[in-house]
Design a binder for this molecule. Structure first.
Ligand code: PMP
Length: 415
């Protein structure tokens, strides 16, 4: 069956025809039959260079042999035990060793679960009720954070979801990104803030980069007000380097959340941080958290193989950065817009100056983005279908893939 027919059928069976909102590309999404390396192959016989990469987890590309072998080896031994496994100790040790801010870690099954639990732990530790998030920050699809949420929520015009109790979000405050004064003012006037949760680099409307000193400033401000600082490193973890943004910018949050890359493409999440906070998590403490699939062996195996590969090839971060730079250079003469990149995260914004925050990003010309996105697809490059999602590169993108992406940018920006 072709993609258009599949989508017609899917719409009868699933809301909007999809399992996650941004996938509902108009007039219909392409359906993938298989993927390998940097490529997606569709049921219609098309092949695309993939710069979406499952929205970030696949830093080694699709079906990387080491990761595939690790999954297959694990699956042959069974894939769910409901007991502890040696593998979770290996992955936990890896994450703890790589992150100075993480003394202990708990595995969950998604980034959403990770941020939900980290917020609960912060409230349990501080005894305070409110949280602060950044406008346009995305921390998953649970109630406390679905306020001015980025990602698909903004793309589809529902940054504030229906069905979320006003009483719940009354405890979620917002500040603009890159504005330490706004945080200081808010915390000075509210002593009941348990945590400030922030993507250190905003990935779900961007990348929008932290200005010099911003992350150090928010560290200082939160500490001065006895508010915990949570870095949501679901995208940045192992993406901007080993140790994520906390190592790259040398700022130590109290708690951090992870997902995506640490599961090598299978479902995972994790939250971790200071031991005195993490020891409050059940069963060692009263902050309840649990999950049937938490620490499932297949995800652990895929994640551990991915992190081992990154550790034995640390030069890849430099290579990925150079690849993104080559694409940027192709857009230097673009007549309008701004190109933002850091490491292998990049985006062309249809706005003159690079955005500093959510308000800036909303000024982008969405129509122009849609035309550009479609032209890129026609040129054989699949980008995340939103002005508000970052693009990704993987180690599987060859030099010739990068040239093709750069050529496509050149022709589609001028189209
Ligand atoms: N936090 C951030 C920064 C994310 O980018 C995402 C997902 N894009 C999440 C949390 C939620 O993760 P998941 O989709 O695995 O629930």
């Amino acid at each position: 069956m072709k993609s258009s027919d599949l989508f017609s059928r899917a719409k009868q069976l699933m809301p909007g025809g999809v399992s996650s909102p941004v996938r509902a590309i108009r007039p219909y999404p392409f359906y993938v039959e298989r993927a390998a390396g940097s490529r997606l192959m569709t049921v219609d016989g098309m092949e695309f260079i993939d710069c979406c990469l499952g929205y970030g987890p696949l830093i080694l590309g699709h079906a990387h042999p080491d990761v595939r072998d690790a999954i297959v080896r694990q699956v042959e031994k069974g894939w769910l035990y409901g007991t502890p496994t040696p593998l979770e100790i290996d992955l936990a040790a890896r994450i703890v060793d790589d992150h100075p801010a993480v003394g202990m870690v708990r595995f969950v099954s998604s980034g959403s679960e990770a941020t939900m639990a980290a917020i609960r732990a912060a409230r349990g530790y501080t005894g305070k009720q409110d949280i602060v998030k950044v406008e346009g920050g995305f921390h998953g699809a649970h109630d406390a954070v679905l306020v001015k949420a980025g990602s698909g929520a903004t793309t589809l015009g529902v940054p504030d979801s229906a069905g979320v109790l006003a009483d719940v979000v009354a405890h979620t405050r917002q500040v603009p990104y890159n504005d330490p004064e706004a945080l200081e003012t808010l915390l000075a006037g509210n002593e009941d803030v348990a945590a400030f949760i922030v993507e250190p680099i905003m990935g779900n409307i961007g990348p929008v980069l932290p200005e010099d000193g911003y992350l150090a400033d928010i560290r200082e401000i939160t500490a001065a007000h006895d508010t915990l600082l949570i870095f949501d490193e679901v995208i940045t973890g192992y993406r901007v380097g080993i140790g994520g943004a906390q190592v790259r910018y040398g700022v130590k949050p109290d708690l951090a959340t992870f997902g995506k890359i640490i599961g090598g493409g299978l479902p995972i999440g994790a939250f971790g941080g200071r031991r005195d906070i993490m020891e409050l998590v059940a069963p060692s403490g009263p902050v309840y958290q649990a999950g049937t699939f938490s620490g499932n062996p297949a995800s652990l195996a895929a994640g551990y193989a991915t992190l081992c590969w990154l550790h034995t090839h640390p030069e890849v971060y430099q290579h990925l950065d150079e690849a993104a730079r080559a694409i940027e250079e192709a857009t230097v003469d673009a007549q309008r817009g701004s190109f933002v990149r850091t490491g292998s995260l990049f985006k062309h914004f249809f706005r003159e100056a690079p955005p500093r925050n959510y308000r800036d990003v909303q000024e982008c010309d969405r129509e122009a983005f849609s035309r550009f996105w479609k032209a890129m697809l026609d040129a054989g490059v699949f980008l995340p279908p939103s002005q508000f999602e970052t693009n990704f590169l993987s180690t599987a993108h060859s030099r010739s893939d990068i040239e093709k992406i750069a050529d496509a940018y050149r022709s589609c920006l001028f189209a």
